[in-house]
Design a protein around this ligand. Sequence first.
Ligand code: NAD
Length: 264
Amino acid sequence: TTKLMEGKRGLVMGLANDKSIAWGIAKNCADQGAELAFSYQGEQLKKRVQPLAAQLGSDIVLECDVAQEDSIDALFADLSARWDKLDFIVHAIGFSDKNELRGRYVDTSRANFLMSMDISVYSFTAVVQRAARMMTGGGSCLTLTYYGAERVMPHYNVMGVAKAALEASVRYLAEDLGKDGIRVNAISAGPIKTLAASGIGDFRYIMKWNELNSPLRRNVTQDEVGKSALYLLSDLGSAVTGETHHVDAGYHVVGMKAVDAPDI
Ligand code: NAD
């Protein structure tokens, strides 16, 4: 039997360590036969990302700070020198000052608002713009979002506003690139303990709340996000674009959970 991602080449951005959502996605893609390249932010992460990439048979590990246009250009120049075409990208990147991921949204500063939008929203468009030029046989682009885009969640604040803009950009990119056979989607993942998540206030409480109130009565794993990503990145999802797909144990459909006990 042929594997789902056999013959496909993909760039994974946002791998920091083996707790990253990017790792769950990369492992599933590699298991299904994909050939992978990775980008990391800053020299410090290089020694962490290189061995992880090697575990999945990849020696293409390139630096990219998505806040810098020339850094994104350099990434795609290097990638084009290695590969003549690209089939998919995974954008698992987000950032905000953690001092503003607690307390009230109304207190957000202009500087952090602009930085959060730049790194967490515009960077996806900037990357897709360049990736599309290499996707000569069509392609699939995936980013990561969170329910805080749709409903108010404690402490998510400016990231909620950024994720709403990210989800809107997924829809606009899908329309622009559909004619070229390039699909653009997002996965809205339930809360998962990662480096980025540790910056969010009361994160343990948020995890517990989701566990108790989601239809499946549990949280989700990096691997489960990876399995769902396979559907969107492979030909299984060939008619799916512009979509925000929830991988959250069903949390987003709940208005109010039924009382499990017979009387309240
Ligand atoms: P993570 O800390 O493992 O990954 C975040 C990555 O963003 C890191 O690799 C970091 O280096 C990268 N990054 C930040 N600023 C960058 C920059 N300027 N240039 C290049 N890279 C930069 O955490 P994660 O939870 O795996 O986050 C991945 C994505 O998933 C993020 O978009 C996050 O918002 C989203 N997400 C996370 C959760 C969760 O609960 N963990 C839930 C839903 C969505």
